[in-house]
Design a protein around this ligand. Structure first.
Ligand code: IPM
Length: 360
């Protein structure tokens, strides 16, 4: 298969982790006789430094022409401390999601047996957790009108949802539930927000089309607690943009490190694959960033093109690296000198030679 992949490494640890995912994809291409080409483009703070904008037109063009986008991370501490900055790295990520119409963000939350003790939660609480979060990605408060009064004392962000935006992701989430444990939890704040009541109305209407799926309705505050206390009760979680952002980051506590969480962002015409973690600027260029989230995002890219055997091999390599403690310091106190690159090298070697790769 020929794939033209746009690579947007971004800022902070983004370039380091993305380099490992590209390395893994190149190994897969070699092993399975695919032709993957990689076209790099700037986004976030690195694009602001060079072009004065977080999302240059050239980046949009490269992504639009690509079969898929591999995204790293964006962000820079200087912007976090400057609420008045008009140009911000996050505009690069939000802008590319919007430009490519990536409305459905899928975030798997899987507790690995080999890492159960890394979570600050109890092993018996988290064992066998396997959740798919469906986060709506191009609507809600993230993309509503914003305003700041002239005197700077009043601000507002509007949360708007249209029925079609809810329907398209809800159908995807129901279908995913049908292929899993047939449970779907809608997370909203329908006791307070009108937009949440629309989500609930639409999902209540759609549910009879999927009679084999058991639907549960939770308010976000309650869901935040249940996710930690009884994560195994969840199969597919469906939610709007901001609640999905918060819940998925919370869920990283279950798996032991946010450096493990991958995601796929899908639209009608385009697809992007990105770790859910941010730029983690203070870890940049130290070789300590965990590349697994980026590598598993690459596996989701392979899934997207039906390259099941290839994706399975990447995941086997990841599993083996975790089993052998070939992991970065966020997960490792045994061999805490394992670098970002070494983790990538191990998984690359595994793909080249699945039967022989061991710790050496
Ligand atoms: C994520 C991130 C982004 C978001 C930020 C960086 C804009 O937190 O992908 O989860 O809030 O969507």
């Amino acid at each position: 298969m020929k794939l033209n992949i746009a690579v947007l490494p971004g800022d902070g640890i983004g370039p380091e982790v993305t380099a490992q995912a590209v390395k893994v994809l190149k190994a897969i291409a070699m092993e399975f006789n695919h032709v993957f080409t990689f076209n790099y483009a700037l986004v976030g703070a690195s694009a602001i430094d060079k072009h004065g904008t977080a999302l240059p037109q050239e980046t949009i063009d490269i992504c639009t022409k690509a079969d898929a986008v591999l995204f790293g991370a964006i962000g820079k501490t200087a912007f976090d401390l400057d609420p008045d900055a008009k140009i911000r790295p996050e505009q690069g990520l939000l802008g590319i999601r919007k430009a490519l119409g990536l409305h459905t963000n899928i975030r798997p939350i899987i507790a690995y047996d080999d890492l159960l003790s890394k979570s600050s939660l109890k092993v018996r609480q988290i064992k066998d957790t396997n959740i798919l979060i469906y986060r709506e990605l191009t609507g809600g408060i993230y993309f509503g009108d914003r305003s700041l009064s002239e005197d700077g004392n009043t601000a507002s962000d509007v949360c708007t949802y249209h029925r079609f935006e809810i329907e398209r992701i809800a159908h995807q989430a129901f279908k995913a539930a049908q292929s899993r444990k047939r449970k779907l939890a809608l997370v909203d704040k329908a006791n307070v927000l009108e937009s949440s009541r629309l989500w609930r109305r639409v999902v209540l209407e759609i549910a009879p089309q999927y009679p084999d799926v058991k639907v549960n309705y939770l308010y976000i505050d309650n869901a935040a607690m249940e996710l930690i206390i009884r994560p195994r009760q969840f199969d597919v979680i469906l939610t709007e943009n901001m609640f999905g952002d918060i819940l998925s980051e919370e869920a990283s506590v279950i798996v032991g490190s946010i450096g493990l969480l991958a995601s796929a962002s899908l639209g009608d015409e385009h697809a992007m694959f990105e770790p859910i973690h941010g730029a983690y600027t203070k870890a940049a260029n130290k070789g300590i960033a965990n590349p697994i989230a980026s590598i598993l995002s690459a596996a989701m890219l392979l899934d997207h093109f039906g390259l099941d055997e290839e994706a399975a091999l990447v995941r086997e390599g990841v599993d083996k690296s975790l089993k052998l403690h070939i992991t970065t310091p966020d997960l490792n106190n045994k061999y805490d000198n394992i670098s970002t690159t070494k983790v990538g090298d191990f998984i690359e070697d595994f793909i080249n030679n699945p039967d022989e790769t061991n710790l050496n």
